[in-house]
Design a protein around this ligand. Sequence first.
Ligand SMILES: Cc1cc2nc3c(=O)[nH]c(=O)nc-3n(C[C@H](O)[C@H](O)[C@H](O)COP(=O)(O)O)c2cc1C
Length: 171
Amino acid sequence: MKSSEKTSFIRYPFSDSDLKGALGGFATGITIVTAKNNKNQNIGITVNSFSSVSLDPPLVLWSIAKSAKCFHDFFCAEYYAIHILGEDQKFLSDQFASKDADKFYGLACAEGIAGIPLLPSYNVCFQCKFEHRYEGGDHIIIVGRIHALSNRSETPLLYLRGTYGSFVSDA
Ligand SMILES: Cc1cc2nc3c(=O)[nH]c(=O)nc-3n(C[C@H](O)[C@H](O)[C@H](O)COP(=O)(O)O)c2cc1C
């Protein structure tokens, strides 16, 4: 057995940094979720917990931290857009992950279903209607049904161990 194959487990309770470090080994894409709040203001958040759920019906999920300032607004949002970012859109990930910033600064958004803000740049965009909500510890899991999609087939922005990168094909 190679030393790299030795079994070494840290039993619960593990530290936050051990858990985050392990979870960070799962490479993801990056999405921006946008919606309107009940004051008709644009809201948005950077999210990498996005996942596909079902093809028929077309369902996707993401989770939002209960500690997020925009938590209540997204909890109540009936419609929202999920933008999967392309490799040149890292600035959007930073902008929508920042606290207190005007997240929509400098962005000329279009309007989607029910007036939801659609970002000008993305790789793929889904316009979704809220369908289910599940308890998820310090997060809430939100499942939505895709009502419209736009696929620009750009190279995606990737995220692994706290850093951004691009996809390199083996083909
Ligand atoms: C790469 C990345 C992925 C993130 N993924 C999520 C996520 O899936 N869910 C979540 O609630 N916050 C996620 N965050 C954190 C939020 O984007 C961030 O806390 C945001 O500022 C919260 O908005 P607020 O101003 O409403 O609190 C992520 C941040 C980054 C940088």
